[in-house]
Design a protein around this ligand. Structure first.
Ligand code: ZN
Length: 434
């Protein structure tokens, strides 16, 4: 019976899963993720708004705004008067390596390597011995000023080779990796100088000497897939936090609001502190909410009443109990894969959840028929942070921090539950519907 129920659930969520895999595979960087979200939204009839232009908004309208090419806020306006905002938030970036300026390094007159630096806090060892590629955006002077172009080498172009065990017999006792000396990717022989940059520039219809700016990153070439003898898990790069970004936008697109303005924000730069103009600590969300109200003729006093009636679900993946290291999990709050949405708690409020917002979230899950579980750090482990309390410092509304349980967070290849993505979409749809 239990097995039959699980199979049925899996079939139900299979479409979500396939779409998630396509989205992540096609989103090697935050720029690609934002562009793909924009495409999904446009396909569902959302109109693209430019921040530099005056907005024309209609009741019942669906819109999205992109900032910096790497963050997206989409919203749906109800036909009637709005009481407040129903919002979800996630992030588009993941830890990886940024390619530095003048990046080519020739080693011993034979190897060609790239000079890279860390973006975010990744598990360095997971980037070794696997096919990598280069993607991001290039800036050129075009006919209308400086223009940005998305680029992706999209082939197995780089590898960071391990040192052989014969040259480091202590390898299996733990290795400290130096990001400057140990992590330089090998991209070819010395004869291959310039190929990668020429190819990327060509994709933009330009020449390499015309490049004026570059945000290029290494990414893992592995594709998302199900894993386990019963296909019960998923594994792939960038599950944190493209899973939640995908779930938030999917739910937003599928529901028509009645009494609230539905908003989904996908911010960039969560992995490096959110402090950029496109991060959760920027004015992006506040700017969008204020502009919506301005264009709908909602005065400042009413806007503040609406904020007091609003709710934010900050969705960023959570640590599942590790099968080999159960001692790392909290004593009583031990989320596992496929057991539903994780509600995160933190005494010092690194997670914005409190009794009231936890209750609202649990009520949503119960109404959606979706399981939920709790996460807290062990009291002797500091843990991480996320967007919830950063975003609420900019737009102060009742907020809950949640996520999907996953293993190996910030590995180049992470593991999560195959059922959980469906649960999150269901819960967020219920939230956006009511
Ligand atoms: Zn995250």
């Amino acid at each position: 019976m239990e097995k039959k129920k699980r199979t049925m659930k899996k079939q139900l969520f299979q479409t979500d899963l396939n779409q998630l895999f396509t989205f992540i595979d096609n989103s090697p960087t935050a720029y690609h993720a934002a562009a793909n979200l924009g495409q999904m939204l446009a396909g569902e009839g959302f109109l693209c708004l430019e921040e530099r232009e005056k907005w024309e908004l209609q009741p019942g309208g669906k819109y999205y705004v992109n900032r910096n090419g790497s963050a997206v806020i989409a919203f749906v306006i109800p036909e009637g008067e709005a009481k407040g905002f129903h919002m979800s938030a996630a992030h588009s970036d993941s830890p990886c390596f940024k390619v530095k300026e003048s990046a080519e390094i020739v080693a011993d007159d034979s190897y060609l390597k790239l000079n890279v630096e860390k973006y975010g806090g990744m598990i360095l060892s997971t980037w070794l011995d696997r096919p990598l590629s280069i993607a991001g955006r290039l800036a050129f002077r075009g006919s209308r000023g400086i223009e940005s172009h998305l680029v992706n080498l999209n082939r197995d172009a780089a590898i960071i080779p391990n040192v052989a065990i014969h040259m480091n017999r202590d390898m299996n006792k733990g290795v400290e990796y130096n990001p400057q000396t140990d992590m330089e990717p090998l991209i070819g022989s010395v004869g291959g100088k310039g190929i990668w940059l020429r190819e990327l520039a060509e994709q933009a219809g330009m020449a390499d000497y015309e490049i004026l700016g570059a945000d290029l990153f290494l990414y893992n070439r592995d594709k998302c897939r199900t894993i386990g003898v019963d296909d019960t898990f998923i594994a792939g790069p960038r599950l944190d936090d493209l899973e939640c970004a995908f779930a938030g936008m999917t739910a937003l697109m599928k529901e028509k609001p009645k009494e609230y303005i539905n908003v989904c924000a996908v911010f960039d730069n969560e992995e490096v502190g959110s402090g950029t103009k496109q991060g959760a600590d920027s004015t992006f969300l506040r700017d969008v909410l204020e502009r919506i109200c301005g264009r709908l003729g909602i005065d400042k006093e009413t806007y503040h009443c609406m904020l007091a009636e609003s709710f934010l679900i900050s969705a960023d993946n959570a640590h599942a109990m590790h099968p080999n290291h159960p001692e790392k999990a909290d004593v009583t709050n031990r989320p596992v894969l496929n057991n539903g949405i994780v509600i995160k708690h933190h005494g010092s409020q690194k997670y914005a959840t409190d009794a009231m917002s936890a209750a609202v979230m649990k009520d949503i899950c119960l109404r959606a028929g979706v399981p939920f579980q709790a996460y807290a750090n062990r009291s002797d482990i500091a843990g991480g942070s996320t967007l919830g309390n950063i975003s609420t410092a900019q737009v102060s509304v009742s907020t809950v921090d949640i996520g999907l349980a996953q293993l190996a967070m910030h590995s180049a290849f992470e593991t999560a539950g195959a059922e959980d993505i469906g649960y999150l979409i269901q819960a967020l749809r219920t939230f956006y519907r009511d």
